[in-house]
Design a binder for this molecule. Structure first.
Ligand code: VGL
Ligand code: ZN
Length: 203
């Protein structure tokens, strides 16, 4: 059984949002058209409290994209984004939501960031996504959403550790940094991740 995972298709990651991903809006139509090819569609949502320590605004003398050590791990500081209950945290208004069976939220602990939809960045606390997918009989995961080089990337890596097969639908995902994305594409391919175009579904 195949599931499509929609990673963080949220307003703040769209052009004009507080942590915009270039051309992030262009994936929405593709994702809408892809959904019908899957047994299950599940979404993740970055969902931070206003006092989240990944926000530069919660540190004195720090600015967005600075790097700090947060409770023993490397943390890039971000502009405030995806604050619980805000417009920026909502899924893109044009995203079709009828087929989304469940939404897994992450990044709620102010002391630790959570790029992956499966675990926090310390790999300590699970969202329950892995168990949910397994109970639904899912073995194959297909990934789309934002940002390709951050949350999509870490979610894919965790999915492999959880024993799923992983395919990235490249044109239904966009990176914050193209350079970073080109580097990690090789890493993912070497780990057995398939990278395809939505054309393999949409003709
Ligand atoms: C993300 C940075 C911070 C993402 C979330 O969804 O890729 N990136 N929080
Ligand atoms: Zn975040």
């Amino acid at each position: 059984m195949k599931a499509l995972l929609l990673v963080d298709v949220q307003n703040d990651f769209m052009p004009g949002g507080s942590l915009e991903v270039p051309h992030g809006n262009l994936i929405v139509t593709l994702i809408n058209r892809l959904q019908k090819y899957f047994d299950l569609v599940v979404a993740t949502q970055d969902w931070h409290p206003q006092n989240h320590m990944s926000f530069a605004s919660n540190h004195s003398n720090k600015k967005p994209f600075d790097e700090i050590n947060l409770n023993g791990i490397k943390q890039i500081l971000w502009p405030d984004h995806c604050v619980q209950g805000s417009k920026g945290a909502e899924l893109h208004p044009d995203l079709k939501i009828n087929k989304i069976a469940a939404i897994f939220r992450k990044g709620m602990d102010p002391e630790i960031d959570s790029y992956s939809g499966f675990y926090d960045n310390n790999h300590q606390i699970s969202t329950g996504l892995s168990g949910y997918l397994k109970e639904k009989g899912i073995t194959e995961l297909f990934f789309c959403g934002l940002a390709a080089d951050i949350c999509v990337y870490y979610t894919i890596k965790d999915s492999l550790k959880e024993g799923f097969s992983a395919t990235l639908i490249e044109d239904a995902s966009r990176p914050l940094s193209i350079d970073v994305f080109n580097r990690i594409k090789n890493e993912l391919t070497n780990k057995g991740v398939r990278i395809i175009s939505s054309h393999e579904f949409l003709i």
